[in-house]
Design a protein around this ligand. Structure first.
Ligand code: FRU
Length: 474
């Protein structure tokens, strides 16, 4: 029997079925957004990697397209183990993909950079001269993957993630035709505390600065990191002075950016349902419903005046808003109910602002995706004294465990502003004027849709709350 899968996401991108990981080849091409992604089309677990493909006119509504890349047959090519992550460029109108071919030969990992092109934007042909980069430079090692390509002053540049011993690195290459590549040098590397391998590096100019994004392996709880600094194309060196987290959630990984027709820098990341977390009992529960993983909401990347980055959900998401409920100037008292029963949903957006001037409350928080008896619930709690925001999923679903917390930057008289997106299994929280973002998965029962706002210790003034039920994008 087939039962309707109520945990499928309503506005975060998913594959038609089965496994998905990193976003690949993000590009605004001939007026449309293209999203490729790491995909195993024969099961809901990771397997030999294909590139799934979809396109969109607005970053919200997506049209699935045929699979763009599959591991090669006959089995004598360098990508037979899978077409790993990479990027896309518009080469004089030809949509061109750069990806990592991976294979294990005689027990040895071999990763090379490969190229494929398309005349129609749908069907791709692998370049007969593959691989275009047959192996790592002396600064790297067999872990050599995830090419991100861009153009600067008539030349193509590529950054590839690698490691040497236990130092994560981003290696820089240069080309005039995307096919013959020359090694430039180490663009940036770990200082010893930033992970043993850098996956999915991404590099771009932003305002008068440059930004390097990467997903470090072995940097503790820090899963996605950005560096802001200056680039010297003469020497190929990137000198950074500012470091931050792209997202504080454990399941937000491998973000990739692109520039769109409006001149915005946008990033999308993989929201994983993977087995690396200590409390994960292998794959996420949706694996039984034949899917695993999704994409985050697209976010714009902006440079703040102090050199830090802001990541805001794209404004296009507002087309999903339907019923709106608003309260202004509400006193939230300990133990009191503030929101009507109908306010909750498994598909919604919330914007709330709390006045902290003279506030004596210890904690302010939201109960999200709660069952009517309250036994199942997810807590998002701000501690006024420690300035910590914590996401507690110990009672979310009987499956997830753990509390994640992040210290906010807000200070003094500043109001606490939270912008929250809920989409069945996914909760995205934006705060600190979009400088702090936390994305997590939860797997509650579909009927657990109640929400409430609360205070502990004393009352707090909620200057405003806006709640929108969102429609499905599909
Ligand atoms: C990151 C990653 C990449 C690799 C891909 C394989 O999640 O491990 O480094 O290219 O996934 O699917």
């Amino acid at each position: 029997t087939v039962s309707k899968d109520l945990s499928r996401l309503k506005y975060h991108f998913m594959a038609p079925a089965y496994w998905i990981n990193d976003p690949n080849g993000l590009i605004f091409y001939k007026g449309e957004y293209h999203l490729f992604y790491q995909h195993y089309p024969y099961g809901s677990k990771w397997g030999p990697m294909h590139w799934g493909h979809a396109k969109s006119k607005d970053l919200v509504h997506w049209e699935h397209l045929p699979i763009a890349l599959a591991p090669s047959e006959p089995y004598d090519l360098d990508d037979r183990g899978g077409c790993f992550s990479g990027s896309a460029v518009d080469d004089n109108g030809v949509l061109t993909l750069l990806y990592t071919g991976t294979v294990i030969k005689d027990g040895k990992l071999i990763q090379t950079q490969c190229l494929a092109t398309s005349e129609d934007g749908i069907t791709f042909e692998k370049y007969e001269g593959n691989p275009v980069i047959p192996g790592p430079s002396e600064d790297g090692s067999a872990d050599f993957r995830d090419p991100k390509v861009w153009k600067h002053d008539q030349f193509w540049y590529m950054v590839v993630g690698s490691r040497k011993y236990d130092t994560g690195k981003a290696l820089l290459y240069k080309s005039s035709d995307l096919r013959a590549w020359e090694y430039v040098g180490v663009l940036a590397e770990s200082d010893g505390t930033m992970g043993y391998m850098w996956e999915c590096p991404d590099f771009f100019a932003l305002g008068d600065r440059h930004v390097l994004l990467f997903s470090p392996m072995g940097m503790g709880n820090r899963k996605t990191v950005y560096l802001v600094g200056d680039m010297d194309y003469e020497t190929g060196k990137f000198t950074w002075d500012t470091m931050g987290d792209i997202d504080h959630g454990y399941e937000y990984y491998a973000p990739q950016s692109f520039l769109d027709g409006k001149g915005r820098r946008v990033i999308i990341a993989w929201l994983n349902a993977w087995d690396w977390m200590p409390w994960f009992k292998n794959f996420g529960p949706t694996e039984k419903n034949h899917w695993s993983g999704a994409m985050s909401a697209p976010r714009t990347v902006e440079l703040d005046t102090d050199g830090r980055l802001r990541f805001a959900p794209v404004e296009e998401l507002q087309v999903l808003r339907r019923e709106h409920y608003r309260l202004v100037n509400t006193i939230v008292s300990p133990g009191a109910e503030v929101l009507p029963k109908y306010a909750g949903s498994d598909c919604m957006e919330i914007m709330a602002e709390f006045q902290l001037t003279g506030c004596k409350a210890e904690e302010i928080g939201f109960v999200l995706r709660a069952s009517s008896d309250g036994t199942q619930r997810t807590l998002l709690v701000y501690n006024v004294r420690t300035n910590e925001l914590r996401f507690d999923r110990n009672q979310s679903d009987g499956w997830s465990e753990g509390v994640q917390s992040v210290t906010l930057e807000r200070s003094g008289e500043e109001a606490l502003k939270l912008h929250i997106f809920i989409d069945t299994c996914v909760i995205e929280v934006y705060t600190d004027n979009d400088r702090t973002v936390m994305t997590n998965n939860i797997y509650p029962d579909p009927s657990s849709i109640n929400m409430e706002v609360f205070s502990i210790g004393d009352q707090v003034r909620m200057s405003s709350i806006d709640i929108w039920k969102l429609r499905s994008a599909w």
